[in-house]
Design a protein around this ligand. Structure first.
Ligand code: 5GP
Length: 185
């Protein structure tokens, strides 16, 4: 698996330290009304699992699934809605937890659609931000690391469902997806 990774961007230790920082900031900001964390499947699962334990508040969490990517590493711009929330978020402070914001289309779509459910507030927390490719006007309220325009995997992020279980975040060798990407675009 390691041979497919060109470079480790953030080690498990660096991620853990950053998640702690984010958790502390969220704990400070939501003292009055603890949030409902909405984790986005599947990529945000390790992040939301670690983040919720770094937040010292009686919070709730739920999961939903959207899909904006097929096998290719570039966004098609289409957001498909795959699984809704199990709980009501009416009158709640909602914090969407996502692995990465790239074009911003997914986060924009999610924020807009959850806003219509009578929420008190809605904010976003991402681990990674790739601002160079933004197409929708959206900035995460909380973000861990800003990264350049590279395709990353690990800590929940996949390429064709692989590499999600890597404990670190790394850049995939172009050779791994070159052939497949030109077939699918
Ligand atoms: P956006 O709608 O902001 O373009 O895309 C968000 C989604 O695209 C993320 O949840 C993630 O699934 C996928 N994505 C964007 N950049 C990367 C990347 O560098 N690596 C991986 N594995 N997925 C990415």
């Amino acid at each position: 698996m390691q041979k497919d990774i060109k470079e480790v961007l953030f080690s498990a230790e660096q991620i853990a330290a950053k998640v702690k920082e984010l958790g502390a900031a969220i704990t400070r900001d939501y003292q009055e009304n603890p949030p409902v964390l909405v984790g986005i499947l599947k990529g945000a699962v390790p992040f939301v699992a670690d983040l919720m334990r770094a937040i010292d508040l009686p919070l709730a969490y739920d999961l939903m699934a959207v899909s904006s990517y097929g096998a290719a590493t570039r966004s098609s711009g289409t957001v498909r809605f795959l699984k809704d929330l199990d709980m009501s978020i009416e009158d709640r402070e909602v914090l969407i937890v996502e692995d990465i914001v790239d074009t911003g289309l997914t986060l924009k779509y999610l924020t807009e659609s959850l806003k219509n459910r009578g929420v008190n507030s809605i904010k976003t927390c991402t681990l990674l931000d790739k601002p160079s490719r933004r197409r929708a006007e959206i900035q995460p309220d909380y973000n861990g690391f800003v990264i350049p325009d590279v395709f990353v995997v690990g800590y929940g992020l996949d390429y064709n469902e692989k590499y999600r279980n890597l404990p670190y975040i790394g850049v995939l060798h172009e050779e791994v997806y070159k052939g497949e990407e030109s077939n699918s675009l």
